[in-house]
Design a protein around this ligand. Structure first.
Ligand code: SDX
Length: 429
């Protein structure tokens, strides 16, 4: 006997099916609610509302569990590579050697962007935030490949678009940085792997030789794995709803980048470092900032803390915090900001305000410290998040298209003026 949910409205009782996921999550299927009852549900911020079913990523917020297609994030972060994880998310299985070699070969050879796009970077002011440059260039890619915009094409055109996006985002990201510092762009080179190529495009200069540090390469690859997907977060939900109108994949991921930019979402990694630098300038005392964070009338929040789903440690934050110590030690860097971050975490996690609200460090709390150690400027941190999240956006978009999901169009409860006659300007007071 399948489980159902009953809702009583007045004297009538309405019954709705309950669906159960493979990890025993439960949902009341209200697909027929309005047709049966005339009622809709209301759930600002979708805190209790599932938008879809998905087989890509599983989170358990109470226990701090994150798995990509069943594989624990801890194992993938330790044993896998970013391009292998990207393949897993998008195609649902870890690739065989042949599949992986084809995948990496094609991505390596699609890292060049059309020469005409080079002019776009120079057209931006040098003060342009790299996320604005990234989002603009992601949707601009659609103008260079008009033949591959149809999301429903059955042939390999969609796979080619997927490989183009993963390949070219690293070049666009690096060139947005070069534009911001007025340095000449560095072209990708096929001798490098994905992360080596990105670092070379970021830091190589015509005036001196540069070889990517293996410690930095491995740390970057792990950070990209940790950011690769996170089920129906704000930016992924944006990608899904833009894609649900059958807009092309380039525009859907550009919209995702725009959503990620916000300081409540991916922009938090930049905001964390700016917050810690502010605390450092202020003398490093923690209590003042804890008091401000708890004050309802004070807009200050501890950035990098709290999460809509995790009510326990964000497993990614635990891995990144450990990696901070490893990377900084290996690079011989002593960054006082890391100590400040650890102090702030310790003080907050001993305060009942944070404990009672299950507020723990999230993926953004420590990631910026590693990016700093790599020499990546603060304004580029959210671009790094976007590079990591791109395969997740693509995977979720692909699943939505494959499942032929309807265009996303939520309802509302109207609370404005009821009907009233038009008043000519002369008669308005
Ligand atoms: C990401 O969804 C994802 O999966 C996102 C992400 C991904 O991988 O895609 O994990 C990436 O976006 C991580 C989150 C990055 N953002 C930040 O670090 C910004 C700071 N955090 C907060 O703004 C907040 O915690 C959110 C936005 C992350 C979550 O907000 P919610 O779920 O809407 O929770 P809320 O704002 O209603 O907070 C609940 C309570 C409130 O207090 P009360 O009204 O109960 O008194 O907790 C308080 C909040 O004031 N609170 C904080 C706080 N976060 C929440 N108080 C101080 N500092 C904070 N950081």
């Amino acid at each position: 006997m399948s489980e159902t949910a009953k809702i009583q409205l007045g004297d009538e009782i309405f019954e709705f099916p309950v669906i159960t996921g493979t990890e025993n999550e439960k949902a009341i299927d209200i697909t027929t609610l309005r047709a049966k009852t005339g009622y809709i549900t209301l759930d600002s911020g979708y805190k209790n509302t599932g938008a879809t079913t998905s087989s890509i990523t599983f989170l358990n917020g109470e226990e701090g569990i994150l798995r990509y297609s069943g594989y624990p994030i801890e194992q993938l972060a330790e044993k896998s590579t970013f391009l292998e994880v990207a393949y897993l998310l998008i195609y649902g299985e870890l690739p065989t050697k042949a599949q992986f070699d084809h995948w990496t070969h094609k991505i390596t050879r699609h890292t060049l962007i059309h020469e005409d796009m080079k002019d776009f970077f120079g057209a931006f002011p040098s003060k342009a935030h790299p996320m604005g440059v990234l989002a603009s260039n992601l949707i601009s890619l659609s103008t260079f490949y008009p033949e591959s915009l149809d999301p429903d094409r059955e042939d390999s055109a969609v796979d080619l678009t997927i490989m183009r996006l993963i390949a070219k985002i690293s070049t666009i990201a690096a060139w947005s940085y070069k534009n911001s510092v007025g340095h000449p762009v560095v072209y990708p080179h096929n001798k490098y792997n994905y992360c080596e190529n990105f670092l070379n495009m970021m830091f190589s200069m015509p005036t001196e030789d540069y070889e990517p540090d293996p410690v930095v390469v491995r740390a970057l690859d792990q950070l990209l794995i940790l950011h690769a997907d996170h089920e129906q977060n704000c930016s992924t939900s944006t990608v899904r709803i833009v894609g649900s109108s059958k807009a092309n994949l380039y525009s859907a991921v550009a919209a995702g980048a725009a959503a990620l930019w916000g300081p409540l979402h991916g922009g938090a990694n930049q905001a964390v470092i700016e917050m810690l630098e502010n605390i450092q300038r202020d003398g490093g005392g923690m209590q003042k900032w804890i008091v401000k964070a708890k004050d309802k009338d004070d807009p200050f929040r501890i950035m990098g803390f709290g999460h809509r789903v995790y009510k326990n440690f964000d497993p990614r934050a635990t891995i990144i915090k450990k990696s901070c110590d490893d990377v900084l030690n290996k690079l011989g860097i002593n960054d006082p900001i890391l100590e400040l971050a650890k102090q702030l975490e310790e003080v907050a996690l001993s305060d009942d305000y944070f404990i009672s609200r299950s507020l723990y460090p999230n993926v953004d709390f420590y990631s910026g410290i590693i990016y700093r150690a790599m020499g990546i400027p603060t304004q580029m941190f959210t671009v790094m998040f976007a590079m990591g999240r791109l395969p997740g956006w693509i995977a979720q978009w692909k699943e939505m298209i494959a499942n032929k999901e309807p265009i996303g169009r939520p309802r509302q409860i109207y609370t404005g003026a009821t009907e009233r006659p038009y008043v000519p300007m002369a008669k308005r007071k």
